[in-house]
Design a protein around this ligand. Structure first.
Ligand SMILES: *[C@@H]1O[C@H](CO)[C@@H](O)[C@H](O)[C@H]1NC(C)=O
Ligand SMILES: *[C@@H]1O[C@H](CO)[C@@H](O)[C@H](O)[C@H]1NC(C)=O
Length: 434
């Protein structure tokens, strides 16, 4: 810098003092910098050493930890300062095989939290029950997949400092919990039910500023979605077919297959059809061609049947997402209160109509573009996406890092009832203790 000064701009003396001053500064800076680097290195080394020590010091002698043991080191451990880079890991044991969702989304170790850039990344997942030797009381949390819950395969011991978490993505109606030993067994729940401790719905909705606003009970949906623009309405008017249904499970508890049969009959009166794709229908749309398939769906169809296989509170699956992401009006059928999931005027609830009325409504909307277009007004303000691989996974680690929530005692005393208020009926043929 010094030599490059244009001397013509400065009187000779000024130039010299300026240059000397610069050199002086540089030297000081250089010295400070080396000192700084040295200091930082020292601090890092000390920290690393301390961390290593902390991590390798055995928490507790091996053997059985009894419930309520006073000197459980987990207390001190969980008192550790938590931030994103906390040196304290939260250890999570997935009790069941990782082959089924949502356990299949977690993998092993810490990687999934790093990869997903979660707010909390200090969690470690394993399916190895012997991870801490024979003692499963060392885990901060043990997660049970509700679809693989067996009363004869449960941890032998637990401490009051652990959270036993019931996790399930499947419908409570298809997977009721019948055995009474599970009342008072779980500390936390993580399911599609919105009042779970860690709610993990199949879809989420964000507003224009990117904030997640739902699903949620009592969403204050915006009342003034603007009219859709010309271009969008022209695109919608190119549609020609009534309804598509993608289905692979042909016989269900909700009897949706019967609804479709009745609807097909009623639609025939108007010369309209429900085109059935997948295992249960005549039309094929292979999964590998999902993109092509969805593009065709979006171009051709007015309605998309989003029919759940069973009726359970908040049980709304990813089928609905297909409609919302592809400019098709969803016709929903399920046990949920859909106001928690969808803005008013964006969907048709099949349970509110009989087949003849539903068919008449569909026919009318197809012939009245101005009315059909109303269903899409929310599109300029809201977006729907699938949280199951990222957001829902991150939530588990985040919850374990919430010190207050983690240390607060919590138990589901009437778990069977919470999970499925209809469990008495569903468990009629269940033999206790069997
Ligand atoms: C999005 O939602 C947040 C939280 O509810 C709210 O504060 C914000 O004003 C909303 N933004 C828009 C554009 O509606
Ligand atoms: C978890 O539930 C068990 C069994 O009811 C209970 O003893 C324990 O205190 C609970 N622990 C926490 C951390 O909530």
């Amino acid at each position: 810098m010094c030599g490059t000064h244009d001397s013509r701009l400065l009187p000779q003396s000024a130039y010299h003092t300026n240059c000397f001053y610069n050199r002086f500064l540089k030297r000081i800076l250089y010295r400070q910098l080396t000192r700084g680097i040295f200091l930082v290195t020292c601090i890092c080394l000390t920290a690393a050493l301390a961390w290593f020590k902390l991590d390798t010091v055995p928490d507790q002698p091996d053997g059985i930890s009894w419930l309520g043991q006073e000197d459980d080191t987990r207390i001190t451990r969980s008192k550790g300062k938590t931030n994103r880079f906390s040196t304290y890991f939260k250890y999570i044991l997935l009790w069941n095989t990782p082959d089924y969702a949502p356990f299949s989304f977690y993998g092993q170790g810490q990687r999934v939290f790093l990869k997903n850039n979660c707010a909390a990344i200090n969690c470690y997942v394993t399916t190895e029950r012997k991870f801490f030797g024979a003692d499963t009381t060392e885990f901060d949390a043990i997660a049970f997949n509700g679809r693989l819950l067996y009363s004869n395969d449960l941890p032998k011991h637990r401490t009051m400092y652990q959270k036993f978490i019931y996790i399930n993505m499947e419908s409570a109606e298809n997977y009721p919990v019948c055995n009474s030993i599970f009342d008072g067994y779980f500390n936390w729940t993580s399911t599609y039910k919105l009042n779970s401790d860690i709610p993990t719905p199949y879809l989420m909705v964000k507003n224009n500023t990117g904030q997640v606003i739902g699903p949620q009970a009592n969403i204050g949906w915006s009342k003034d979605f603007p009219e859709i623009n010309e271009e969008y309405s022209r695109k919608l008017m190119k549609k020609s077919k009534a309804a598509a249904w993608f289905v692979s499970n042909c016989l269900t508890r909700s009897r949706r297959e019967d609804l479709v049969k009745r609807l097909q009959k009623a639609l025939a009166f108007y010369g309209l059809t429900v085109d059935v794709y997948g295992r249960c229908g005549p039309l094929k749309s292979p999964r590998q061609q999902n993109k092509v398939c969805n593009a065709r769906l979006e171009r051709d169809y007015f309605f998309y049947l989003s029919l759940e296989n069973s009726f359970a509170e908040d049980y709304v699956t990813e089928k609905l997402l297909t409609a919302l992401q592809h400019d098709i009006v969803p016709i929903v059928y399920g046990g949920a209160n859909y106001e928690r999931f969808l803005p008013p005027g964006s969907y048709i609830d099949a349970r509110k109509y009989n087949a003849a009325d539903l068919a008449a409504l569909m026919d009318w909307l197809m012939r009245t573009p101005k009315m059909y277009q109303q269903f899409f007004r929310w599109k300029s303000q809201l977006t729907y996406s699938d949280p199951s691989l990222v957001e829902n996974v991150c939530k588990l680690c985040k919850a374990l890092n919430d010190q207050e929530k983690f240390q607060e005692k919590s138990v589901y005393d009437k778990f069977r009832m919470w999970w499925n208020p209809n469990y008495h009926n569903r468990c009629r043929y269940f033999i206790e203790g069997y």
